[in-house]
Write a new protein. Structure first.
Length: 288
């Protein structure tokens, strides 16, 4: 196993962009990511050193090749915010992020194949237990109470992100945002079912690769198919209407927040993005 599951690393790295201490988190990302992955796979002694080495290699590659791309995306967002982005602008941004993420994950397919070929039965059991634990947490947080309770929880989670970007909102603004938030389709049971379907596909493919031990090329092809199905699952599902409506309603929510934001709140967002751009430029210039 010379490489590491970079698609999971990628997801972790992208999430760092939402962190208020981006440089600190990114510079310690290799350790944090190892702990996170070990909670799923429970690496054996033979794998530990190789995984840590591969995580380090990934972050060096990511630092050199991807961070400036994030800078350009943030600069584009700043430009849009100056001119009040349209719903079409936000949809284009969403599609752009989705397509870039899919391309990077497909790039990691050979690395995922090598890791999958090295897994042991007890590690698959560890993954299944971790998935079950995550699902229990999802139920506890997102499916508690009636629809009103679930809408309230979803609204609060959204506001945490909006306040990170724009700062505090007035009571009048919060009422408008709450209305737009509640307009999103609500079916947490469906979301849970989709999570469990995706997890089952991952476990089944991992078990197939572990059992059949195909060539790396064949395993890579299987993983590429799984990645594509993950991005297409809403488009080909009989539930397509729900997920299409949810995506559109979420973009409408974001557009509402931007539309009602004051000049001071937009300046707060611009300053936040300036900070992230500065951090990303510093990180990309560092050599480890």
């Amino acid at each position: 196993m010379k490489k590491f599951n970079t698609c999971i690393v990628l997801a972790f790295a992208i999430l760092l962009a939402a962190c208020s201490s981006l440089r600190l988190a990114y510079n310690n990302g290799d350790t944090l990511l190892y702990w996170w992955l070990d909670a799923y796979v429970d690496f054996d002694n033979e794998q530990k050193g190789e995984v840590k080495q591969d995580i380090g290699e990934f972050f060096r590659w990511h630092r050199k090749t991807q961070l400036q791309d994030y800078v350009q995306f943030l600069q584009k967002a700043q430009h849009q915010l100056h001119g009040n982005p349209t719903p079409a602008d936000l949809m284009a941004d969403y599609v752009d992020i989705r397509d870039r993420t899919e391309a990077l994950m497909l790039r990691s397919a050979p690395d995922i194949a090598e890791l999958a070929l090295s897994l042991k039965p007890d590690q698959l059991e560890s993954m299944e237990k971790k998935f079950a634990k995550n699902n229990a947490k999802f139920r506890k947080e997102n499916m508690k109470g009636d629809a009103q309770d679930q809408n309230r929880f979803r609204y609060k989670k959204s506001m945490e992100q909006f306040e990170l970007w724009f700062g505090d909102f007035s009571d009048e603004q919060e009422a408008i945002i709450r209305k737009a938030s509640d307009a999103r389709p609500l079916d947490n049971g469906l979301w849970l079912d989709e999570r469990m379907r995706r997890q089952l596909k991952i476990i089944n493919l991992a078990r197939r690769i572990m059992t059949e031990q195909p060539s790396k090329q064949v395993a890579t092809q299987w993983i590429e198919e799984l990645i594509r199905s993950g991005f297409d699952r809403f488009g080909v599902s009989e539930r397509r209407a729900f997920f299409d409506n949810y995506t559109q309603a979420t973009l409408d929510l974001v557009h509402t927040v931007v539309r009602i934001s004051t000049p001071e709140q937009k300046a707060h967002a611009q300053k936040r993005m300036d900070g992230w751009i500065k951090d990303l430029n510093t990180l990309s210039a560092q050599v480890h």
